[in-house]
Every structure is written in C-alpha cells, then in structure tokens.
Design a protein around this ligand. Structure first.
Ligand code: ADP
Ligand code: MG
Length: 337
C-alpha cells in the first residue's frame, strides 16, 4: 500500500482490545483507553434482538413473556453464536463510532478448546473486524494489573468472573500453569436464590440475588456484620413478602462455592514449579475480576494459602486494560497494515 493510502486508512481504522466476559464486555481502543463497558446481555423478542447491554440487563426478570434476555456466553465460551456476534457487532460499532476498519484483540479463558477459540474469532470477524488476534485472559488480567509478566519471575493471578474462575502462574510472557473452574459470580448468585427458597420460603430473581451478594455477601467474618431487607414472593402463599437477611447467613450459604475457588487456587499452587514457588511466597497472589470485590475474599485466600493477597485496584477493568497494554507493546501484532 502506498504511504498515502496507508495514512488515509489509518484515519478510519482502530486497534481494539476486547474483554468478552460472561457478565460484562469491555472495549479498549488503543491510545484512548476503555470506551465501553456493558453487560453481555441481549434482549430478544420473537428471535429479534430488541436491546443490548445495559438496557437489556435491566429487562432481565422484568420482561414481559415474549421478551427473553439472553447471555450469549456461558462458562466463558460462546453458547449462542448468532446472538454473540450480534452483540459483539453492536458493541464494536458503538465503541468505534462506525469506523471502517477495526483490528481486534480478544481475551478468552485459558481453558477453552480450539473449536471454542475459533468460534470467538469467527464472531469477531462476523462482527466486522478485518483481523482478529486472541490473548489468554489470565495473561491480559496480569498485564492489566501491572504484573511484570515478561520477567523470569513467577506471578500468580486469579480472575473471578461471572462464569469462571481462572487461576494462572505466569513467567517470561507465558502461562506456566493454569486452571479454569466453572464457578464464579453467577454460581454465587444461583446459590443465594436457592438459599432464600430453602431457608425463607422466598422466591427471588437472579438480579435480587446478585444485589444481596454485593450488599451483604462476604467470604470471611466481617468486623461489622451486615443485614438487609429482601423482597420476594412467598413460596406457600404466592404473596409478596419481606425478609431480613444477615451477612453471616449468606456467608454460610456461599461457603461451598467459595471452597471450589479456594481449591482451584491451592491446586495451582501445588502445580507451581519449585523455582517459581519462592517468588509467589514473596510476591503473593493478585485477584481480579468482579468476584474479587466480594468482601473478605482476600482474607479467606490469605487464611487458606498463607500467601499475601492483593485485590486489584479496579478488578472489573483488569482484562481490558491488559489487552490495551498488549496492543501498545506489540505493534507488530497484526499482519495487515
Ligand atoms: P466476566 O469477566 O465473566 O464478564 P466480571 O469480571 O465482569 O465477569 O465480573 C462479574 C461478576 O462480578 C458478576 O458475577 C458480579 O455479580 C460480580 N461482582 C461485581 N461487583 C461485585 C461486588 N461488589 N461483590 C461481589 N461480586 C461482585
Ligand atoms: Mg472476565
């Protein structure tokens, strides 16, 4: 391409990093930063998308019968291809304001198969990307929180998202060992729904459960325990009912799921090559993803591993920030100019 055309096409193109999460999608534009963060939700009516993102999430559980809210990603992989690429197209268009050429770097869970990786690539191409590259999510998360991933030292990152928890040890720009567990924030929400039903005969929706988790949920005893009023529908009478729940009770309900997350961390530590283990003892573990915001999670992990635990400053942005750093540091990432 001549220099003139190259410059001209650069005017209309963008290099974009995407964190395509089960719960939230974030779009990072190189040299600009995060320009979009929205729930990975599409509201469909009779098979036609009606709303995407924030607007669609508001409809969850409040939608009239004919509107269904779909989360096209499940356990970190694309469960509904058609809806996923429509969603991705919408987010890309919205974030890039309809620029013509986008080259995209997408973060994906480390545990997925070749076929699943291909599906993500295809979805981005269908959504209009001219070229697509992938990056493993733990690598992006580690870069996003500023870990020295290219140095010959062991770094451990835990990313607790909606669908999965990813635990990885990274050194010299590579993933030395990683484990992906299909247990994240969604599993905690579902557990709270079941708990309210069995302990209080109260039917609540998944949004209310998430609200309980965020407002009074915890992984470790709190200095000041919390409580809140929860509105739902009585299982027996079918009538609206209000129940007061306490943080101790919710913590007990969440225990089994939190144990799964703790085990994944401990198993990963067991797999750590001895020459990197001492680094982890010195440098500790960093936790990212929305699940990192659960109260007392750092205390629980510290108690169960003996290692220093750091909660990322902005856990929900870590992966997207990491894709941005990767784009910045690898200017030869894309083939096409
Ligand atoms: P994903 O990468 O799968 O899209 P995110 O990293 O965006 O997931 O995290 C979303 C999860 O974080 C959801 O399950 C959400 O309920 C949870 N979450 C967000 N804020 C909090 C909070 N303050 N306390 C506990 N969980 C939270
Ligand atoms: Mg994520």
């Amino acid at each position: 391409m001549s220099n003139f055309f190259r410059k001209l096409s650069a005017l209309f193109s963008y290099d974009v990093g995407i964190d395509l999460g089960t719960a939230n999608t974030l779009v990072y534009i190189k040299d600009q930063g995060i320009v979009l963060r929205e729930p990975s939700v599409v509201a469909m009516k009779n098979g036609v998308p009606k709303a995407v993102g924030e607007e669609a999430k508001r409809m969850v559980g409040r939608t009239p019968g004919s509107v269904v809210a779909i989360r096209p990603l499940k356990d970190g992989v694309i469960a509904n291809f058609e809806v996923a690429h429509n969603m991705l197209r919408y987010f890309i268009k919205k974030a890039t304001q309809h620029r013509l050429r986008t080259r995209i770097l997408i973060a994906h869970p480390s545990g997925i198969t070749e076929v699943e990786r291909h599906a993500i690539e295809e979805a981005a191409l269908e959504a209009g990307a001219v070229e697509v590259r992938l990056i493993e999510e733990p690598m992006a998360a580690a870069m996003g929180v500023g870990m020295p991933v290219s140095e010959p030292i062991g770094n451990m990152i835990v990313d607790i998202g909606g669908g999965t928890t990813e635990v990885a040890i990274i050194a010299l720009q590579g993933i030395v060992y990683s484990q992906s567990e299909k247990c994240g924030g969604d599993a905690l929400d579902e557990t709270i729904v079941r708990h309210m039903l069995s302990a209080h005969n109260l039917h609540i929706g998944i949004r209310t459960a998430e609200d309980i988790k965020i407002r009074v949920g915890s992984a470790h005893p709190l200095q000041q325990e919390l409580e809140m009023e929860v509105k739902g529908r009585d299982r027996g009478t079918g009538l609206p009912k209000t129940v007061t729940v306490r943080s101790e009770e919710i913590r007990e309900a969440l225990k089994d799921k939190l144990d799964i997350i703790v085990s994944a961390v401990r198993q990963t530590l067991d797999h750590c090559p001895p020459e990197l283990a001492s680094d982890l003892y010195d440098r500790g573990i960093t936790v990212a993803g929305g699940g990192a915001l659960l109260r007392g999670l750092g205390d629980l992990l510290h108690e169960q591993t003996g290692l220093p635990i750091f909660i990322a400053e902005d856990p929900l942005s870590a992966v997207a920030e990491g894709t941005g750093k990767f784009l910045q540091e690898n200017s030869d990432l894309f083939y096409e100019d």
